[in-house]
Structures are given as C-alpha cells and as structure tokens.
Design a protein around this ligand. Structure first.
Ligand code: ATP
Length: 207
C-alpha cells in the first residue's frame, strides 16, 4: 500500500521548517510523497498578503529539489475558503488504494474540534499530529478522537481512520519572522532554501 502525506499551510513563504518537517515525516511514516498544499483563503487566520502565484512559485522551486515533495495547487485552483476536508476528499478519490496522512501541528490539534466538518476527516484519511520538541505534547487522550489513536507502527498499516503523533526537532523558523526580517531590511540565512531566497530577491517580496 502506497502512503502519502498532505501538508497544508499558507507558505508565505515556504521555509526550511516546512521542508524539514515534510521530509522527516516521509521518513518516519514511510511516505512515498508529501503533497504540499498552499491554501487560497485560510479559514482560521488572516488572508496571506502575498499573491497565490508567488507563494506557489516558491513552493514549486523547493519541491523541484526534493522528489518526495509535490507542489499541489488544488486549493488555489478551487478558490473560495480552503476547507481541508474538501482537499482530503479530492485526494481520496484520486488515490482510493493509498494510505493518506493529513499532517497537523500540535497547536492546530488543540482547536481541531472547531474545524469545518471535523468529524468527517478520519472516515477519509489518517491524521498525524506533529509535536515539536520542547513544546507541549498534543492531548490526544482527552480529545474526542482518542479511540482512533494508534502507534506509528500500527497507523502506517491503515489507509484511513488512524490518529497518530510524531515528535520532531524544533526548528525555530516561522514565515512571520522571515517577513519581518525582510521588511526591516535584513538578510536571510538558512531559514529558507536557496531557491526561495533567490525568488524573493528577484521579485523583491516582503520588502
Ligand atoms: P506564519 O508565521 O505566517 O503563521 P508559519 O511559519 O507558521 O507561518 P504556515 O504556512 O502557517 O507557516 O504553516 C504551515 C504548517 O507548517 C503548520 O502546520 C505549521 O504548524 C507548520 N510549521 C510552521 N513552521 C514550522 C516549523 N518551524 N517547524 C515545523 N513545522 C512548522
């Protein structure tokens, strides 16, 4: 059974924390691919200030360097509010035989109950909650999805319906900090892959 991951975000811009997370998860869960899915109109936060075509172009450059990562523009093409459940249904239809793992940060898991059609996700995909070292562990045991909890070894045998968690190192990088550094006239270091730094420079983004 092929396993794929789905990593959503605003990616404004995509940074090394996103890339390291996606690649580490691919290793931990034996994923053939990770779909990197930029949202068009986020449901739980302010709209990104950078046009979708720039955000996607940066993501494409990063994915080009990592064959495991797929730049997936389905939410940009769909338009309107970017409900993750619609994306999961679309991927499930395309890949009926695959195990699908939706990636969620432990911070997002805390308010997962408030997500649009939250109770539907596990009937379509698996969920992997990423717990970053040094940050509070996700409280899965007292959540209403506790019965779906599986160890990673068990979860990777499931095509859908399993909730698992993986602890990864903490990469203290955020798109907000990158935007702020650039707006203040600062330089970027290893926070973004080289191809992203070049794109930002070429188009004078975030200045
Ligand atoms: P912003 O600062 O604009 O809020 P961000 O850096 O948090 O952006 P997003 O595109 O909003 O990036 O995040 C997409 C996903 O990536 C989320 O699930 C988030 O938890 C995760 N993520 C963001 N930064 C990191 C990081 N440094 N390490 C691991 N995961 C991260």
């Amino acid at each position: 059974m092929q396993r794929i991951g789905v990593f959503g975000g605003t990616f404004d811009p995509v940074h090394s924390g996103h890339v390291n997370t996606a690649l580490s998860l691919a290793q931990h869960l034996d994923l053939a691919f990770v779909h990197m899915v930029p949202c068009f109109q986020p449901v739980h936060r302010d709209a990104p200030s950078t046009p979708a075509d720039h955000r996607f172009a940066m993501l494409e450059r990063v994915c080009h360097a990592h064959p495991t990562l797929i730049a997936d523009d389905r939410e940009l093409r769909r338009g309107g509010p970017s409900y993750s459940i619609d994306t999961m249904h679309a991927l499930r239809e395309e890949r009926p035989e695959s195990a699908i793992f939706m990636v969620m940060g432990a911070d997002a898991f805390r308010y997962f109950e408030s997500w649009h059609r939250a109770d539907e996700f596990l009937s379509v995909v698996n969920i992997v909650v990423v717990h970053r070292g040094g940050q509070p562990a996700p409280d899965i045991v007292s959540s209403r999805w506790r019965d779906a909890y599986r160890s990673v070894d068990d979860a990777i045998q499931c095509s859908l319906g399993a909730l698992t968690s993986v602890q990864l190192p903490l990469w203290t990088i955020s798109s907000t900090a990158i935007r702020r550094t650039l707006a203040d006239g600062g330089e970027l270091g290893t926070e973004v892959p080289e191809a992203v730094a070049q794109y930002i420079e070429l188009h004078q983004l975030y200045r």
